[in-house]
Ligand binder design. Sequence first.
Ligand code: NAD
Ligand code: FE2
Length: 384
Amino acid sequence: MAQRFILNEVSYFGAGCRKELPEVLNRMGLKKALVCSDKGLIKVGTTAKVTEVLDDVNFPYEIYSEIKPNPTVTNVKQGVEAFKASGADCIIAIGGGSSMDTAKGIGIVANNPEFSDIVSLEGCAPTKKKSVPIIALPTTAGTGAEVTINYVIIDEERQAKMVCVDPNDIPAVAIVDPELMYSLPKGLTAATGMDALTHAIEGYITKGAWVMSDMYELQAIKMIAENLPIAVDEPTNPVGREGMALAQYIAAQAFSNVGLGLVHGMAHPMGSLHDIPHGVANALLLPTIMEFNMPKCIEKFGIIAKTMGVNTDGMTPEEAAKAAVDAVKALSIRVGIPQTLTELGIKEEDIPALAAQAITDVCTPGNPRDVTEAEIVELYKKVL
Ligand SMILES: NC(=O)c1ccc[n+]([C@@H]2O[C@H](COP(=O)([O-])OP(=O)(O)OC[C@H]3O[C@@H](n4cnc5c(N)ncnc54)[C@H](O)[C@@H]3O)[C@@H](O)[C@H]2O)c1
Ligand SMILES: [Fe+2]
């Protein structure tokens, strides 16, 4: 079987690297941008850290900010209209997965108008043309959407998250500046960081994993275990922020190509039906789904435990695998993630609807252990 691996062409890393933006725009011959960034980021002044760089060189732009966390079809449709009205020739996405994913939807539809209903983009959409050039500047260390071929949009009519997989949406340039993450509050730092860990672990054990993706995911797991507690405890310590900025990017390079698993499959309905932040949903589910997957992943879980710094010498393979689950759970508690659905306001009677969506989610078939809807119900109950 042929293996495919898609990466973006150009990325910049390091504190202050957003200052490369004018040179990037100049090199690409771009003349005007639609800046996609959500209202929360504009309020805390993070968006301005980038638009100031544009102002300094008088680069014209307009801002589109009708983007809610867990963005919707309506957010994308309005964004397409804003793009057309602006006369822009590129999109600068400044934000977390929500702003970057909305930008991807806008960029794809602008150049492939036959998909303007947005819902027809779900799954592997057969678009013919590359998105409008997107320059993505992540402000969370989580989704890695600046380097993935995916975007996730809620279809409000079905109240379901659509995962859209399309190599044409990959941003032309990623600018990963950890200084844009300093303003991220503790809770969001923890949740988005645990999303990145979930990407790395699910990407490492997914059915499509192979030597190339394993190489990225193990490095990401190591860096997240080391740096997430620092980023949460000391928001302006460059070590933690830089480590997490890089780790989430590395994890995303691989999961974008090999897929994810049941944690994401079960987290997506929590976002669409209950508006739970994506990272919180993943973090809460991860240890329990790892336990479920354990029979299929003994060896790889042992490697995860070691990679997270556990001394597995003298342990049986099963003990070492269990140690990985314990290490993930300990990290999740350490960074303050809620541990039950009840804490998030989800009730037992909500579980059947969650399970019905989870079983059809695009990420679920990538899980290393096959799962039934009845088993998914039991797994949600375990974390109730
Ligand atoms: N494209 C992909 O490959 C991919 C992968 C995983 C998840 N996702 C999707 O991404 C979305 C989640 O993205 P996210 O977790 O990055 O969060 P987000 O973009 O939804 O942002 C969450 C909140 O954090 C705030 N915020 C972001 N950065 C901040 C900063 N630096 N300072 C202060 N506040 C800040 C935002 O204003 C927002 O209120 C979900 O819809 C999820 O399904 C996409
Ligand atoms: Fe995710």
